[in-house]
Design a protein around this ligand. Structure first.
Ligand code: HEC
Length: 116
């Protein structure tokens, strides 16, 4: 009786090995990976709020999670509604808003005449 006989690989096993072999690169090869940069042209959006100095507070606090366009395309709202909206960002979405900036932001928003 033969000892140490390696069973022949079945045809399906050979096919799987041939297919997956190139995908399963050994770790040594991963170290030689070359990453390439890609240039992507994104559509222009309202990334910051217009208004110069008056917009400093809102630009410093309200563009980390979404663009200014997200805010500027809302309908005009009275000050109380903007107050609620800013506090919704703080309380519901945990926006890290500088407490000193809250009132200037609400004033800025209430003064907006959003282009409709
Ligand atoms: C921590 C992240 C974060 C920050 C910072 C943030 N927001 Fe938002 N904001 C959100 C999320 C999340 C939504 C909901 C997005 C959605 O519904 O797709 C949202 C939505 C909005 C909307 C759309 C109406 C609504 O209620 O869904 C307005 C207006 C808005 N934010 C204003 C502001 C203003 C003003 C500030 C600065 C005081 C601000 N956001 C800062 C996360 C943030």
């Amino acid at each position: 009786m033969q000892k140490n006989r390696v069973p022949p690989l079945s045809i399906p096993a050979l096919l799987v090995a041939a297919f997956l072999g190139p995908l399963a690169a050994p770790p040594a090869m991963a170290a030689g990976l070359v990453l390439k940069s890609v240039k992507v042209a994104l559509p222009e959006g309202n990334l910051t709020f217009p208004g110069g100095k008056a917009a400093d507070a809102i630009n410093a606090n309200c563009v980390t999670c979404h663009s200014a366009g997200m805010v500027l395309t809302q309908p005009n709202m009275p000050k109380a509604a903007w107050d609620m909206e800013v506090h919704k960002m703080i309380n519901a979405f945990r926006a890290p808003i500088d407490p000193a900036a809250v009132q200037p932001i609400i004033d800025y928003l209430a003064g907006l005449k959003a282009p409709q």
